[in-house]
Write a protein of this length. Structure first.
Length: 117
């Protein structure tokens, strides 16, 4: 028997190891891709919330407490309703009094799409 050649078993084992390495690299690639997609959706949501806050900054003036205004107490629903890259983003905000001051607190909630698993 010639010791300088590869046997069929060695070729099969080598191929199996190579397939395992490639499968691991492919799984890592798709895992990073999924993470980046989720991070991008969160970033879009944060930017939409920042846009609402910037619009509310313009409402802060001497007559900011007018009934029906953007800074009146309570829930303000559907202030964000955007479709970006085929994904639907929705958002609401609530306005509260801050105890002991003449300020208002605004809590913004943005719902962003998640991939079904």
């Amino acid at each position: 028997m010639n010791k300088k050649s590869l046997t069929l078993v060695e070729i099969i084992v080598g191929s199996f190891i190579l397939v395992l390495v490639y499968a691991g690299m492919l799984a890592a690639f798709f895992g990073v891709r999924e993470y980046m997609n989720r991070a991008n959706k969160r970033l879009i949501s944060l930017n939409l919330a920042r846009q609402v806050l910037n619009e509310l900054y313009e409402e802060v003036r001497e007559d900011w407490n007018v009934a029906g205004g953007d800074l009146t107490l309570g829930a303000h629903n559907n202030v964000i309703n955007e479709s970006i890259d085929g994904w639907q983003y929705t958002g609401d905000y609530d306005v509260y009094n801050v105890a002991g001051s003449n300020c208002r607190q605004v809590d913004i909630s943005v719902t962003y799409p998640t991939d079904p698993h």
